[in-house]
Design a binder for this molecule. Structure first.
Ligand code: ADP
Length: 311
């Protein structure tokens, strides 16, 4: 846990938490078509859209917009796609000096979406699989945030070498139990949460889509927040914004209730625009929405234990 001094009053200037986001960085190639192609079938789609993506980069960009001092730790190819993704991170205000370059091609996701919103996705991780973090001092960060689009070995190493490690277990992938237990906080959506034993986790946040999120402490609910009602346009990336927001609130030492309220509001605002790195909500937009909802009640500070004992 950071010892950043906190003023929980909404709208007051607070020191920016220092966040390291470890994860994937991909080019998303998106084509819309009427129906998904069957095996062997060739179909005609709409114009190709090329978007920056990867859950790691999405969360880093979101955290930067929400006011954190963010470094992205990932690996892209030594190709023009890699240049473009690094440029995109910079445009979001994310520091890129810890981004590695590899000889393998930049990770790419091929995404086909039909008129009903169903999709087929092929991800070629490429350079993401070349990420090495052994030379990076993770203790420089108040919080390190990671997801599961990178290798399990990197996740295990990061969990052991961080002050406070928050793991978003998305996309659903097996993680060693001892790694999960060594996290300061595990964040899962409802489906991903089915794969973990909540009773074994000191702090687990389960997101519930439009219903908000719940904080479990060894299986017991200790906080819950409803998401504000919004006219959601696109829920892709809402979970990434939620995780970024939660990592910031955790670093600030906010109460469980306050951290959840800020995060569900950030996640809800993220549904108002298309794409995972579209119009990402800012800290003041989230605080403004919270104030309008009249849902901020200043609570006594509550310190979450920084991490488990295992590493
Ligand atoms: P994921 O996108 O990872 O599956 P969820 O669907 O649980 O995660 O959404 C994460 C967060 O995004 C929620 O806790 C909520 O704050 C916000 N959110 C998602 N969908 C909606 C929605 N339809 N209305 C309001 N908020 C939403």
């Amino acid at each position: 846990m950071s010892d950043v001094d906190i003023d929980p009053t909404p709208g007051t200037a607070r020191k920016s938490p220092r966040l390291g986001v470890i994860g994937s960085c991909n080019v998303d190639l998106v084509v819309r078509c009427r129906d998904l192609p069957r095996p062997g079938e060739t179909i005609i789609g709409e114009d190709l859209r090329r978007l920056p993506g990867g859950k790691g980069a999405n969360q880093a960009a979101a955290a930067s917009h929400l006011g954190a001092d963010v470094s992205f730790i990932g690996c892209v190819g030594s190709d023009s796609d890699g240049d473009w993704l690094i440029e995109s991170l910079r445009n979001h205000g994310v520091q890129d000096d810890l981004v590695k370059r590899a000889l393998r091609p930049t990770g790419t996701a091929f995404i086909i979406v039909d008129d009903l919103g169903e999709n087929e996705i092929v991800v070629t991780p490429g350079a993401n699989e070349e990420l090495i973090i052994s030379d990076i001092d993770l203790l420089q960060f108040d919080v390190v945030l990671a997801q599961l689009e990178i290798s399990g070995a990197i996740i295990e190493e990061a969990a052991c070498r961080s002050n406070s490690f928050i793991l978003n277990i998305a996309p659903a992938t097996a993680v060693k139990q001892e790694t999960l237990e060594s996290c300061s906080v595990v964040i899962a959506n409802e489906l991903e949460a089915n794969a973990v034993d909540l009773n074994s986790l000191g702090h687990c946040i389960v997101t519930l889509g439009a219903k908000g999120a719940v904080h479990y402490r060894y299986g017991r609910e200790i906080a819950r927040a409803q998401a504000p009602i919004v006219d959601a346009v696109d829920t892709v990336g809402a979970g990434d914004v939620f995780c970024a927001a939660y990592a910031i609130e955790f670093a600030r030492g906010s109460s469980p209730e306050q951290a959840l309220r800020f995060s569900v509001t950030a996640g809800a605002l993220a549904t108002l625009s298309n794409g995972a790195q579209g119009a990402l909500p800012s800290q003041s937009e989230v605080q403004g929405r919270l104030a309008r909802e009249n849902s901020i009640k200043v609570k006594p500070r509550f310190h979450i234990q920084s991490r488990g004992e295992l590493c």
